[in-house]
Design a protein. Structure first.
Length: 368
């Protein structure tokens, strides 16, 4: 049975955690919905699989969202308790930081376990299905990069505007308009016929216009050059995607990564382990980052908490990259950043708050 303090902190932290989690999920769902609608409008995603696609994306990203959400929840809970002088009351009853840590860890474990299950088991399955879904949508679109007739599309960061009136046999285009402003001289190209082709050797896609007319000139001037052509080709810049090998490695079952000799496989395994471990580490960081009294200035602690959050997840990327490239010893792994941030925060915060004097609980008995 849990003690009264453990049950109280568990209840308070979980109430805040569920509220923050729900809010974050609503924001993420809104962003995913907007992006999915853009993909549907561009023809890169079928309207019949939008909800399924969004559900898979949430399942894929949830393991990465849980650690920072729980960290914020613990900070908010302890901050509210400090404002109501509850932490002072705990200290008066002989409840020190060590006892508080134990109670918070009881709340962290129910979050760390699902985070581990999501990242070790669910995420590889979800990423595999997402890649298959994307591949099937590309096949259905005939590799047209989402081009549909009767719509304007922009490429190269809006420097190229493309309009195709009709598409026949997946690659034959009719009534094409191109506005190209990549150079100082703007080009307007018109053609009644064209075709879409892909160069497999260089992995690029081109639109080739046949028997058209081209207008070259500068805006605001009447000096335009008009010319006719038999064939005119334009390269379409593809959307940047993640490294293919990185995507494939994310689909590997965790069991296949155990005992792997490849550094990238080891880095992937440790990356998956970092999520549940981060829940525990960030919980340990939250206690010293909280002011114990409403009279204490909390601004600098909030600044340290924000800096801790940014440093923690940026160092995660750095540590993983260094481990993959062999920049750090293999025995060190890629999880060292969690111990580093924990040690730095303790070194900065504890002396300032005299926390080392409170590591021993008072002699008064702790109520069960």
């Amino acid at each position: 049975m849990l003690a009264v303090l453990d049950r109280y902190l568990l209840k308070e932290v979980m109430k805040v955690f569920l509220a923050v989690l729900g809010t974050v999920l609503l924001i993420v769902l809104s962003i995913l919905m907007l992006r999915a609608l853009e993909d549907v409008n561009a023809g890169a995603l079928g309207s019949d699989i939008v909800l399924r696609f969004m559900g898979l994306r949430i399942a894929s990203d949830l393991s990465s969202l849980l650690p920072p959400i729980f960290f914020a929840s613990v900070l908010m809970t302890l901050g509210g308790m400090a404002q109501h002088s509850e932490l002072i009351a705990f200290a008066a009853c002989g409840i020190g930081p060590v006892r508080t840590y134990r109670a918070l860890l009881y709340a962290a474990i129910p979050v760390a376990l699902p985070a581990g299950w999501l990242t070790l088991y669910v995420r590889p399955l979800v990423v595999t299905e997402l890649m298959q879904m994307r591949a099937s949508q590309q096949d259905e679109a005939q590799q047209l990069f989402g081009i549909k007739p009767g719509r304007f599309y922009q490429h190269d960061n809006g420097q190229i505007t493309l309009f195709v009136d009709d598409i026949q046999d997946s690659s034959h285009l009719r009534n094409i308009f191109i506005h190209d402003q990549r150079e100082e001289v703007i080009k307007i190209v018109l053609s009644g016929e064209g075709m879409l082709r892909r160069d497999e050797e260089i992995g690029q896609q081109f639109i080739t216009l046949i028997d058209g007319r081209r207008y070259d000139g500068k805006p605001g001037t009447a000096n335009y050059a008009i010319g006719e052509f038999d064939r005119y080709s334009l390269r379409l810049k593809q959307r940047q995607t993640e490294d293919v090998q990185t995507q494939k490695r994310a689909t590997f079952p965790t069991s296949s990564l155990l005992g792997a000799d490849n550094l990238r496989d080891k880095a992937e395994l440790q990356y998956r382990l970092s999520s549940p471990l981060a829940v525990i580490t960030l919980t340990l960081l939250a206690v010293p980052l909280t002011a114990r009294s409403p009279r204490q200035r909390n601004t600098w602690r909030l600044f340290v908490a924000f800096l801790t959050y940014i440093s923690f997840f940026n160092l995660q990327r750095v540590a993983t990259n260094w481990f993959e490239t062999g920049a750090t010893p293999e025995w060190l792994g890629s999880l060292w950043y969690q111990a580093l941030v924990l040690g730095l925060v303790m070194a900065v915060v504890l002396p300032n708050g005299n926390w080392w004097r409170r590591l021993r609980p008072n002699s008064r008995p702790v109520p069960a």
